[in-house]
Design a protein around this ligand. Structure first.
Ligand SMILES: Nc1ncnc2c1ncn2[C@@H]1O[C@H](COP(=O)(O)OP(=O)(O)O)[C@@H](O)[C@H]1O
Ligand SMILES: [Mg+2]
Length: 303
């Protein structure tokens, strides 16, 4: 992570460039696609991700095999499946978070607006700005509410004068502003779990991403806080493409447009490898799936 202790004196953007000499190339590759989506080699302007023949390994263990799927703009795509089938592993491939796991290795392609995210010129830091992530357990920084939101924009070079606006806008967008507007300098840890998770969503959208990845964002929350996050997701999808892992099938049915069901295959050697069973419109997956394994899972006979 970039050290921002001196962000008042030194433009943070310069520091990022010093530490990461490839960022210009990464920006160029990625911004080319933003300006020229129509001309890029993406399947269509509404296809955000095209994953093809993806394998993910941890050391020599293959956690996920031969996954191909598309993610469509301004939709909520849900990943469901039994524990250990590789949902989190797969989600991390969309913003190169697996780079941070030493043993992880990715084969195959993840195209983002037509650009292969794993080509060496693409800068992973820029990728993670465009493709934000919210985790299972709310993980605010040990900072004030304000500084949690301002953190990313500061690194990206936002001016001090712009920050108040960014903080307010992001908190409003995450449906948290009214609850915290009078205590922005209080520590984020003082918020309830549900508020902390909305803060993490506000933090993710403060850097104006294109996509928000969520890994079981409600699993640590009570039903009321969960309902608020679900409402928020429904609102956010007009502006962002959302990919969400959930172990709660009712949640997937309520909030997603398309659902991908993953399963585990146990090899002769007793190793468990995840695979994509099927992806389809959520209603179809829950009422009339193509594959008997999906049917067994959603009717509660397996998993
Ligand atoms: N950092 C890691 N190192 C080694 N193995 C891992 C790591 N993360 C996950 N795995 C393994 O990869 C498989 C898929 O895990 P995961 O993606 O967390 O599944 P899910 O999110 O569907 O529960 C599991 O067998 C898990 O033990
Ligand atoms: Mg997981």
């Amino acid at each position: 992570m970039v050290n921002t202790n001196n962000s008042e004196e030194t433009p943070a953007r310069m520091k990022v460039e010093e530490e990461s000499p490839r960022i210009d190339v990464g920006r160029a590759v990625l911004s080319m696609t933003e300006d020229q989506v129509g001309e890029s080699n993406a399947k269509s302007a509404s296809t955000v991700f095209e994953v093809s023949k993806l394998n993910v390994y941890y050391g020599d263990f293959c956690a996920l095999r031969d996954v191909s799927l598309d993610v469509t703009q301004s939709e909520v795509t849900a990943f469901i499946g039994p524990s250990g089938c590789g949902k989190s592993t797969f989600l991390r491939c969309f913003n190169r978070m697996n780079d941070l796991i030493e043993t992880a290795r990715v084969e195959g392609e993840v195209r983002y607006h037509g650009v292969d995210l794993y080509q060496s010129e693409v800068d992973a830091v820029e990728v993670r700005r465009r493709i934000g992530m919210v985790f299972q357990k709310p993980n605010p920084f040990p900072k004030s509410i304000y500084d949690n939101i301002a953190f990313g924009p500061r690194i990206a070079g936002a001016k001090k004068s712009e920050l108040d606006d960014i903080v307010e806008r992001s908190l409003q967008r995450a449906a948290l502003w009214d609850e915290v507007r009078d205590r922005l300098s209080d520590p984020a840890y003082g918020l309830s779990g549900g508020q902390q998770q909305r803060l993490c969503i506000a933090r993710a959208i403060a850097v104006e991403p294109d996509v928000v990845l969520m890994d079981e964002p409600c699993s640590a929350l009570d039903p009321i806080a969960t309902a608020r996050i679900e409402e928020l997701i429904a609102e956010l999808k007009t502006d962002y493409t959302i990919v969400i892992v959930t172990h709660n099938m009712q949640q997937a049915a309520r909030i997603s447009d398309r659902t991908a069901f993953f399963s585990v295959q146990v090899t002769d050697a007793g190793r468990r490898t995840g695979e994509l069973v099927e992806l389809g419109p959520t209603e179809q997956i829950f009422t009339n799936p193509d594959d008997p394994r999906t049917e067994a899972y959603i009717t509660g006979r397996v998993g």
